[in-house]
Write a protein that binds this ligand. Structure first.
Ligand SMILES: CN(C)C(=N)NCCC[C@H](N)C(=O)O
Length: 288
């Protein structure tokens, strides 16, 4: 029998393979909403820090049970957003492109990230332009998708391309509720084993041109509904098989199941009060 030129099975029937990851997290010991730098933050409403800590503990446990390694950054009392480690850098092949935050409220986080990255023997490059790490850079094995419009400067996309030597595709975000790329797009499978990256995104967060670019590059991507995006469903962490996402994103979870992924719902609703979800709390350290 000859092999058909076009796959008859499609991604839904594929075997999904998880690969072990190394994540950097920071306990929300001093988590708070003391200022408003995105539309989700309301400093007038006190946060329940105990609840945030319990939600974060559970997220870390999920990762360790999946066999992933979790390293910790020391929290600082004056930095209430430090729990969102994804914003501190993007690390690919042992090279770290360290963040330069947009808002002065978060700039002191830069030094903490630099110290941690240098202490791990990574090849660390502080950024010359504003960028917020994995908040705006989504890494696959063949290219990096990069957001701009609210936080990360477009010039940082070129800096990342020069640093990593992989194509960096710029995508314009247009809705302030989705102010970082990782609120609107997630890498389900980076393609390191399958050879074919798979992503999910909420089209409405992107300019028309960016939607067309995504359609050309990822014609089979999962397109997620606004209701799931609004509960930070796309702020998800995939390891090729398992996808850790806010448990409220039930429509997205059903789409993932149909594609052969294993969605794992977690509650990060208290952390969402600062505008973040599971992915924001998780920076991947990709070794050389
Ligand atoms: C999911 N997102 C957007 C993140 N990657 N990080 C969350 C940062 C939240 C912080 N209050 C801020 O506005 O910077």
């Amino acid at each position: 029998m000859t092999t058909p030129a076009v796959s008859l099975t499609g991604p839904a029937a594929q075997e999904r393979t998880a690969t072990p990851r190394h994540y950097l997290m920071c306990p929300p010991t001093h988590f708070d909403v003391r200022y408003a730098i995105n539309p989700w933050m309301d400093p007038g409403r006190p946060v329940d820090r105990g609840r945030a800590i319990a939600q974060w503990d559970r997220l870390r446990d999920v990762y360790t049970r999946l066999g992933h390694r979790v390293s910790l950054l020391d929290p600082r009392p004056d930095l209430p957003d430090m729990v969102f480690t994804a914003n501190g850098a993007v690390v690919v092949g042992g090279t770290a492109f360290a963040a330069r935050f947009r808002n002065p409220e978060r700039t002191a986080e830069e030094a903490a990230h630099l110290a941690w990255l240098r202490g791990r023997g990574l090849d660390v490059h502080p950024s010359g332009t504003v960028h917020e790490g994995e908040g705006d850079f989504a890494v696959t094995s063949s290219l990096i998708l990069a957001g701009t419009g609210f936080r990360t400067d477009q010039a940082a996309h070129m800096e990342a391309q020069e640093l990593f030597g992989v194509p960096v595709v710029g995508l314009r975000l247009v809705d302030p509720r989705f102010y970082h790329l990782d609120t609107a797009l997630t890498v389900l499978d980076d393609g390191r084993v399958s050879g074919r990256a798979d992503i999910a995104y909420f089209p409405g967060a992107f300019s028309g041109a960016a939607q067309r670019v995504l359609g050309l590059l990822f014609p089979d991507a999962v397109r997620v509904a606004e209701a799931d995006a609004l509960v930070f469903g796309l702020n998800a962490v995939g390891d090729g098989r398992n996808v850790v996402l806010p448990r409220q994103a039930t429509g997205f979870a059903a789409l993932l199941r149909a594609r052969g992924y294993h969605p794992i719902g977690v509650d990060t609703s208290e952390l969402a009060r600062a505008g973040g979800g599971p992915k924001c709390c998780t920076q991947e350290i990709r070794a050389a």
